[in-house]
Write a protein that binds this ligand. Structure first.
Ligand code: SF4
Length: 224
């Protein structure tokens, strides 16, 4: 199977089986999504979703968040990884939104990455989820799953993965493909012991065909 055919198989599979894939973060508007994505670094979406309702209630918009005091916001974030930094980032982010962006969430990657706590991955998530821009956020799941299937080759950095994926995935599907790969990595192609036995991507997957099948063929057969 060529790389192009592999991409086609994977895209066809997900279009059939996960046509409505979307983020598992709960949010009502771009401001809430931005807060949630900043909090989600090194943390599960599930835990973030347990935390954000109280934050959104107390700080419903950038104006309120910009006025927050560290010791008021910190307790709401305490149960999440890196609470110190994330508290500072959220307050700093809201202040920059007010001072430099008229309180609006900018919708370009170049502007978003200026905000405290926002890197390329977060900016790609925001612009693709809110605006369906063809930007591919590469997290640990996208990185691992893409390499295993063989969608990427010798890509050693998130940026290299991003570039290779963008080369093959049609622009109009990129915002969805991001969720396909994340959710597949979260529930099927997990880091340890991927669940290949229930995975529909087996026919196209390099790892399965080169590693799993080979290991199975080397196993001694049970005596009859
Ligand atoms: S076949 Fe296995 S390794 Fe390949 S994508 Fe599916 S779960 Fe991952």
């Amino acid at each position: 199977m060529t790389r192009k055919q592999r991409y086609q198989f994977v895209i066809d599979y997900f279009q059939e089986h996960a046509p409505e894939a979307e983020t598992e973060l709960i949010y009502d508007n771009p401001y809430q999504l931005l807060v949630a994505v900043i909090l989600s670094a090194q943390c599960t979406d599930k835990r973030v979703n347990m935390t954000t309702p109280a934050i959104f209630e107390k700080y419903p918009d950038p104006e309120h968040l910009a006025m927050a005091r560290f010791d008021e916001l910190f307790p709401l974030i305490r149960s999440i990884s890196y609470p110190n930094n994330k508290t500072k980032h959220l307050i700093g982010m809201a202040n920059m939104l007010i001072n430099d962006f008229h309180g609006e969430i900018p919708m370009t990657v170049n502007e978003l990455v200026k905000l405290p706590g926002v890197g390329r991955k977060t900016a790609n998530v925001i612009t693709s989820v809110v605006d369906e821009q063809p930007n591919m956020a590469v997290d640990t799941h996208v990185f691992r799953v893409s390499a295993r299937i063989g969608l990427t080759e010798k890509a050693t950095t998130p940026l290299a993965v991003e570039k290779q994926l963008l080369q093959f995935i049609p622009r109009e599907l990129v915002h969805k493909a991001h969720h396909w790969l994340i959710l597949h990595g979260r529930y099927i192609c997990v880091a340890r012991n991927p669940k290949c036995n229930i995975c529909g991507l087996k026919p196209a997957c390099k790892y399965y065909n080169k590693v799993v099948l080979k290991a199975q063929s080397l196993k001694p057969k049970a005596e009859s």
